[in-house]
Design a protein around this ligand. Sequence first.
Ligand code: ZN
Length: 231
Amino acid sequence: MKLSEIVYEFSHLFFPNCCVICGTKLLSPEEGVCLECLYKLPKTNDFKEVDNSTETLLAGRFPFERAASFCEFSKEGMFQSIIHHIKYNHREKLGVAMGRLFGQDLLESDFICSIDVIVPVPLHPKKQRERGYNQSERIAEGFSEVTAIPISRDNLVRIVYNPTQTRLSKTQRWENVKNIFKVTNPSEFSEKHILLVDDVVTTGSTLEACAIALGKCSNIKISVATLARVL
Ligand SMILES: [Zn+2]
C-alpha cells in the first residue's frame, strides 16, 4: 500500500467518505457518488435532441442556440440529494465531478462545438461569502476541465442580493430576479457564443434575467447547460 493510500484510508476512518445516495463506502477515485449510483443517474440525455424539454421550457423567454439539462430533479429523487449536497453541504468537489460527467456527455455531440466561453450564473458576493463558493462555478469548472473551454467568472455579476426563490410562484420568481444581473465589460463578450451554466432550472427566470443582462453585449449567442431540470 502506498503512503498516499494509507493517509487516505486513515483520514477516512475519521471522516468517512460515503456515497451521498446509498451510503456505501467510496473507493478512492470516486467523488461523492459510488459507481453503482452513477450508473443509475436519471439522465435526460436531452442534449441529443433539438426542441428537447429544457429548450421547450425556455422557448420564448430569450433567444438561445441550444439548451440541455444533465439529469431530472424530482422531489425526494436521487438528484435532489446530489444538488442538496452540492449547494448546502459544502460538497464543492461533487459539483465539479457532476460538471465533468455532463461535459463528457456533451463532448459526444455538436452541442458545445462553437462555444467560446463558459459563464456560471453568479451569486451575489454576500451570498457567496455565506456559502463559501458558487456551486454553478464549480459545475462550470468540471465542464471546463473536460472541454478545455475557458470560464469567465467575473464579467457577469449579480448586483442585487435576493432571498431564496424556493417557495415563490412563477410570477414572483420573475419579479425577484429581473434586473439583478449586470455585465461589467460588455465588449469582453461581444461576438462570443456563451454557455450559461446553472445548477437547477425550474421556471427559467434566473437564466432569462442573465440573458437580459447579456443583451448589452453585441452579437452574442447564448446556450444553456444546467445540472438538473425540475420535473
Ligand atoms: Zn451509491
